[in-house]
Design a protein around this ligand. Sequence first.
Ligand code: VG1
Ligand code: CO
Length: 539
Amino acid sequence: MIQTINTVPYTDQKMGTAGLRKKTRTVMQKNYLENFLQSIFNTIPDLDKKSFLIGGDGRYMNKQAIQTIIKIAAANGVKKLYVGQDGLVSTPAGSHIILKNHLDGGFVLSASHNPGGIDGDFGIKYATSSGGQCQPSESDAIYKQTQTISEYKISDCPDFDLTKLTVYHCENTEIEVIDPYIDYIEMMKNIFDFPKLKKLLSSSFRFVFDAMNGVTGPYGKKIFEETLGAPVGSVINAVPLEDFGGLHPDPNLIYAKHLVDLMYSEAAPDFAAANDGDGDRNMILGQGFFVTPSDCLAILTDNYKLIPAYKNGIYGVAKSAATSMAVKRVADKLNLDFYEVPTGWKYFIHLMDSNRITFCGEESFGTGASHIREKDGIWATLFWLSIIADTNKSVKEIVLQHWKKYGRTYFLRNDFENIPQETADKLMADLEKKLPTLIGKEFNGYTVSEAYPFIYNDPVDHTSTQNGLIVHFTDGSRIVYRLSGTGTNGATLRTYIERYVTDKLLEDPEIMLETLSAASRTISEITSRTGKERPDIIT
Ligand code: VG1
Ligand code: CO
């Protein structure tokens, strides 16, 4: 039976850089999830002809939320739902399932790399038939609904057992529990040379894949151990846990410290990769060596010919504005088209759909390609393994060779967290006004050559001045300022600092960027406005 429940709106359900992301306890409030879901369905016509995917990264409240989505979708007359077995699906595999089956969209329940648990975060990435997250015009329409919603529809059908691969019915909706792994693995086999990778992983090559207790555990086991022959135990933190075992499932030098420590120790294996909670981010490490995500994109692009799916040529490449210019140097050399977009993977979708790019990436540990419409942590890992299998070089040798050829872009992201929203908004507004006056001025020896807000117009509905402020210096260095759209504690100011050199290839990035980082603080007046002398997190 379908029930119509009266409700009152929540006014904070605006989607950010990657869907709706909130404290778990916020989402647990009465009708919070229901309102958001009904608001989405209110914007979609002809639901009786529409099919959606549901799954998540296994975090706290996933299972319950899936049952709620099923009941609300059924009450709204949705034709069919595909649900990942055990409620699991990684963000990249979800994108593939939507595209392969021509679904009308999907709900990936994840706050990505944010911690889980009742005191952690919860999130919903709402994807459309594009296979990627909805566009700003679509999230605006949904947000409007959330502000005026007065009722939602829900079925009283029972909870379904999602451990079995079977078909259920709720109202007129068919619910099929699907294997969330098989199609994704098949796609990877079609991109990479699996026999060659198998030779590497079943040799004496020592490999670790850290799933950080997120959803890529089972994917990693199936691909690296069962299919490619890596020794059992190569995939660590491989069981998706509701609280990620207390880990902050963000693959970077700070939150994956256990892995970094291993890679800088005597016992270091040859190669390690980590993925975030929902499997779209990656971190690549060699023995005593860390690859920055900006370099990762540049190096993968430079090596595209080694991969069967790309050997006959690729379209162009794109990066978010905040990402370093390293990939641009490769694009120039290889004569590939190059694009720069705002932060957030949704901005790459249009470039992929129009065959303008094949590879893209963000400095926030995201690399991917047009096989799907999300970034893809396992894809990046397989790509690195392919380069190693082909060249027989270590990670460090591969990166060093790249720097010798192209120069090195030192890059750091400084995050100032938990700033009162008003303070952060005022800082950015004042800085934007001040940009023209910076030109020609010198800060710690760096002279500003250009300063402007990043504006993106492709397609036109992406236009926004909220995409960051960019300051260029005469030596090619850059600073980008922007506010995070995924945080759940006040505002986070991110400053992205980069400096390009062709000598001094093996220095410490913090030392190489020290004076430029200090200049970034002077320009933004961060210390006088927030009292923060130093960033809270440097990645
Ligand atoms: C951050 C990153 C951005 C990334 C987004 C989603 O957003 O900076 O590059 O696309 O997270 O990543 P923000 O607005 O906080 O800077 V994930 O792994 O959630 O999908
Ligand atoms: Co993620």
